[in-house]
Design a protein around this ligand. Structure first.
Ligand code: 1CP
Length: 361
């Protein structure tokens, strides 16, 4: 790999990073979870020619897909094109992306003894080097226009896919482990945490300017399980990523935790070393603010289905969202990833409405 890492172009629009730090911003920064992907015709055209993971593994294609929404919209950040399931792949599991179905792991972990089959420890530079190359190349191709976000799945969410073998309505197989095999569950979650820390550290070294951890499956856990099987690993991730970066002489970057459905634990989420807490659309902005405290930047949270409404309705709901969050310590986003059947023009209305909003002083 050639050393592309030096001399990244200077960042022109740093609004997102300033909002992450709690500095004043002249306009609210906005990016959208899953902003590069299936709702965009230009992504579908490229996807028709290439296997999903082939795209993830090819830095030029990663850069191209990451840039597609940046060309189309006035976004304040890019998120690297990849998937959370590259981590189970790095651990030796087979993951396929089936059109119309989603991810399928044909040989899931069916009992705790299967943990031994995982190829651990993982040399992330060897197994996931393609992600880091994609990040470095994308940083160059972005030409400093907006910051680049790196990401990973959180351990519990990854554990779900590895045990369920794909998506699930109940996560009952993965939850079975929490009740039947708590020690083995912790063993697996610890393995996933170790890989995730190394993976996120290398993403920053490769050029990621903010990191988001997706705990999309938090909503399946009651508070007690969330406190036992999810929160402690968030803490380890934020502490270890920052510590290892310091050791490597690299400046740390803001970190976001998005724990979908974790209403019961917003207070704790404000206290685990993450700088930004992402909210889903069922969470209420001022209640979340009271819970997480004033030192956290909030991100979210329009219902992704609101983009099915008329343009006028989208504007109205977006205005309501903005006035509910207020201008400081806030990053606008949807409350979960954008759906594939959304009209791309409707996303434009959401983004432009955020930027055009007139704050009364
Ligand atoms: O633009 C971006 O946001 C970057 C690309 C990205 C991200 C951040 C993709 C591409 N996947 C993800 C994260 C991801 N992947 C999450 C966390 C965010 C979330 O909750 O939505 C999860 C749970 C996955 C797993 C996954 N991968 C699913 C969900 C399945 C389920 O259980 O409902 C799906 C459908 C995928 C496939 C996928 N990932 C990304 C794309 C563009 C696609 C579609 C694949 C295709 O083209 O066939």
């Amino acid at each position: 790999m050639c050393d592309l890492k030096q001399d990244f172009p200077p960042l022109v629009n740093d609004t997102l990073l300033r909002a992450a730090r709690g500095d004043d911003v002249e306009r609210i920064p906005v990016w959208v979870m899953r902003q590069a992907g299936r709702y965009l015709p230009e992504f579908r055209a490229l996807r028709a020619e290439h296997n999903f993971f082939k795209i993830c593994q090819t830095p030029e294609l990663v850069a191209e897909v990451t840039l597609q929404p940046i060309r189309r919209y006035d976004l304040d950040a890019a998120i690297i094109f990849s998937d959370i399931l590259v981590v189970p792949q790095a651990l030796g599991m087979v993951v396929e992306m089936k059109p119309g179905v989603g991810p399928v792991l044909p040989e899931p972990l069916s009992s705790p003894s299967d943990i031994e089959k995982l190829k651990f420890p993982v040399d992330v530079k060897e197994k996931l080097g393609y992600v880091f190359e994609g990040i470095t190349l994308t940083r160059h191709k972005l030409e400093g226009k907006v910051p680049l976000i790196g990401f990973s799945g959180a351990p519990w969410t990854l554990m779900c896919y590895m045990i369920e073998g794909g998506g699930s309505k109940t996560m009952s197989k993965a939850k079975n482990w929490l009740y039947q095999h708590p020690n083995s569950s912790h063993e697996l979650l610890k393995i996933l945490t170790d890989v995730t820390v190394d993976y996120l550290v290398e993403q920053v070294i490769a050029g990621a300017q903010l990191l988001q951890v997706f705990e999309s499956n938090a909503e399946y856990l009651a508070r007690e399980q969330f406190e036992e099987f999810s929160i402690p690993y968030f803490k380890t991730i934020s502490e270890q990523v920052k510590k290892q970066l310091e050791k490597r002489g690299v400046e740390s970057v803001p970190m976001t935790i998005f724990a979908k459905g974790a209403h019961h634990s917003l207070k704790k989420l404000g206290n685990i070393g993450f700088d930004i807490v992402g909210l889903d659309w069922t969470m209420i902005p001022n209640e979340a603010r009271n819970q997480v405290g004033p030192h956290i930047t909030l991100q979210g949270n329009l219902d992704p289905c609101a983009l099915y409404g008329s343009k006028e309705a989208i504007k109205k709901l977006t205005h309501e969202m903005l006035s509910a969050f207020g201008k400081s310590r806030y990053i606008a986003n949807l409350g979960h990833g954008i759906y594939p059947d959304v009209d791309p023009e409707h996303l434009k209305v959401f983004i432009d409405t955020i930027h055009e909003y007139k704050w009364s002083t």
